[in-house]
Design a protein around this ligand. Structure first.
Ligand code: HEM
Length: 410
């Protein structure tokens, strides 16, 4: 290969500053290794601003991945007719423990796509991602590789992915997903996480036992004069024991809402609409959830919609306790406390209270389904580690993010 001018696949006028966003990986290579491939393809005597931007991004994000630029004699640069360069790179670290001789094809996505072996499905996946990034002002610097075999024979080129290259001040909203651009922020205290999982376990136990009380779908059938065993007695015992535990759990949560020093535990977290801006943010979040708006205001803890939802959830749990005690009170009418607890049965009738108590169980489960769906969706879209945060207590935010409810991150 001969060396002339460096690759100009994504060129920019002299006075504009290029920057590198994230990278898109089509296969198993990490974002860092895609960047490393793009950096290794540049000739060592380059003057191309794209090469400098890529090398700098690699330096900052993956200082552990040391790659030397290609020998200029091994680089066949891009031309206006053929908008990709081809570089022979020796000992490239494709894996942590092994290096390989490869040829890297690097340049405009369309030009590279025409030269590589790629399935129709992957081709459309790559195009969709590149189009999405292009709308935000990013160009795709595609990277394909071919293995070098015996006697320097070059195998088939496969697309590995692309790097987002943009112009400082123009390209937005697609910064790197690499670790250097994210900050891990502690949010959920140990007590809150314990509360969360204890609630899951208790509501599950109460639902299973409650469902059996409503509809004993297994066990011996009771015929007149026959002993049907004590199965229902045990199930009711489990229901009442779990209910007692749930009430204690609820009381500790309410107490902590008033005494805790951690602001995320305080009752103010349940009422988001304190200022006009909060109401506007609520509207923005609703539109984001309804897939009308792409961006939503960033919150470190709960956004206004979540705060209102959890306030409603706590009320629903309170009602479930009240109706549960109303039913339990029926068994102990001699005691004035239980007689008082049974008041809702006197007001609305026992069937209505039973119906309400059962309906609330199904409502809680509808909440659980939505809750899990939204948690997975938000974690996939925002990559903020929301699901793991209920285990380790920490969420991830982009460096420089300005959450509404916390100081600037990083
Ligand atoms: C403090 C909380 C609770 C108390 C004190 C409580 C108490 C009771 C009582 C006394 C009964 C009637 C049992 C019988 O007559 O044998 C009952 C039934 C039932 N409970 Fe609960 N419960 C509570 C929470 C829950 C929760 C959280 C769920 C579900 C999420 C639930 C689901 C049910 C169901 C489905 C029934 C059957 C309703 C019927 O057909 O009568 N309970 N509960």
């Amino acid at each position: 290969m001969t060396a002339t001018a460096p690759s100009r696949a994504v060129a920019a006028p002299e006075d504009v500053q290029l920057k590198v966003g994230g990278a898109f990986s089509l296969g198993k290579l990490s974002e860092g290794r895609i960047l490393a491939l793009a950096a290794a393809a540049a000739p060592s005597d380059t003057e191309d601003p794209t090469d400098f931007a890529v090398a700098e991004a690699l330096d900052v994000r993956r200082p552990d991945l040391v790659v030397s630029p290609a020998d200029p004699a091994d680089v066949d640069p891009a031309t206006p007719e053929r908008r990709y360069s081809v570089s022979m790179v020796r000992d490239f670290p494709l894996k942590d423990d092994a290096t390989t001789d490869i040829v890297i094809m690097r340049g405009a996505l369309d030009a590279v796509l025409n030269k590589v072996k790629i399935s129709r499905k992957n081709r459309s996946l790559v195009r969709r991602n590149a189009d999405w990034a292009a709308k935000r002002g990013w160009r795709a610097l595609a990277v394909a590789t071919a293995l070098v075999g015996e006697g320097d024979t070059v195998g088939e080129f496969r697309l590995q992915g692309f790097v987002h290259v943009g112009i400082e001040g123009v390209s937005t909203g697609l910064e790197s997903t690499g670790p250097a651009n994210w900050v891990e922020v502690p949010v959920w205290s140990l007590s809150l996480r314990f509360q969360h999982w204890a609630n899951v376990a208790t509501i599950f136990t109460l639902s299973c036992s409650g469902y059996f009380i409503m509809h004993p779908f297994f066990g011996p059938e009771a015929h007149a004069g026959e002993d049907a065993g004590f199965l229902m007695g045990w199930v009711r015992f489990i229901h009442f024991a779990a209910a007692a535990f749930w009430v204690v759990l609820g009381i500790t949560r309410v107490v902590s809402a008033f005494v805790a020093r951690d602001p995320h535990l305080r009752w103010t977290e349940w009422w988001p609409l304190k200022r006009k801006e909060d109401v506007r943010n609520l509207g923005r979040v609703v539109q984001h959830y309804a897939l009308i708006k792409e961006e939503a205001p960033v919150y470190l803890a709960h956004n206004p919609l979540q705060q209102l939802t959890y306030a409603a959830l706590y009320c629903a749990c309170g009602l479930q306790m009240i109706t549960g005690f109303a039913l339990f009170g029926l068994y102990h009418q001699g005691n004035w406390i239980w007689a008082l607890a049974a008041t809702p049965c006197n007001w609305f009738g026992i069937p209505t209270v039973r119906m309400f108590h059962t309906g609330m169980m199904f409502a809680l489960w509808m909440f659980v389904v939505m809750h899990v769906y939204l948690a997975v969706r938000a974690d996939s879209l925002d990559r903020h580690g929301g699901i793991s945060s209920m285990i380790n207590g920490n969420v991830w935010l982009r460096r420089g993010a300005k959450p509404v409810d916390a100081p600037e991150v990083g």
